[in-house]
Design a protein around this ligand. Structure first.
Ligand code: MN
Length: 191
């Protein structure tokens, strides 16, 4: 299977000032593209060459997992934003967040703490198990909740390439800004 870079559902400058145009151009156009290119170079001749991305992520390890995981994670990540984003989730996801975390503000506090404290390169996730129970998770490198039997609902990339152009070393500032561009409609569909 030949993988292709998914088109952005918004303009590269649409998330400013939280995530700058240059960051989106580099992060989507260069980093995400590189994971796709690497994956396309790695899978021919292996048992993965006709598998879909999620199946590869679940089954693989080593360089194929690293690139497949990053391809999947970035597909979720770049779909999780909208220039009209922000606010609070409604419906089933909003109710579940309130039921499990007390209120939205407390959920945000716990998610922020997880995102800020990922050591080195990685991701923070809101994930759900088969019964719909929510969990905030941290993962290093290309990790994804599907490697742990959970479904991803929302994620933030805290590799330095996600925020260094806009916020330099201030990861907490990037994490705070994230909430004003989150596309809760997308997250709600994943739950
Ligand atoms: Mn990234």
């Amino acid at each position: 299977m030949k993988f292709e870079l998914p088109a952005l559902p918004y303009e590269t400058g649409a998330l400013e000032p939280v995530i700058g145009k240059q960051t989106v151009e580099l992060h989507h156009g260069k980093h995400f593209q590189a994971y796709i290119t690497n994956l396309n170079n790695l899978v021919p001749g292996t048992k993965y060459e006709n598998m879909d991305l999620i199946s590869i992520v679940k089954d693989s390890d080593g360089p194929i997992f690293n690139n497949a995981g990053q391809a999947l994670n970035h597909e979720i990540y770049f779909s999780s934003f909208s220039p009209n984003g922000g606010g609070e989730p409604v419906g089933k996801l909003g109710e579940a967040i309130k039921a499990q975390f007390g209120d939205f503000e407390n959920f945000k506090k716990e998610f922020n703490a997880a995102a800020v404290s990922v050591f080195g390169s990685g991701w923070a996730w809101l994930a759900a198990d088969a019964d719909g129970k929510l969990e905030i998770m941290q993962g290093p490198n290309a990790d994804n909740p599907i490697k742990h039997g959970k479904e991803p609902v929302l994620t933030i990339d805290v590799w330095e390439h996600a925020y260094y152009v806009d916020c330099r070393n201030e990861r907490p500032r990037f994490v705070d800004g994230f909430w004003s561009v989150v596309n809760w409609e997308f997250a709600s569909k994943a739950y």
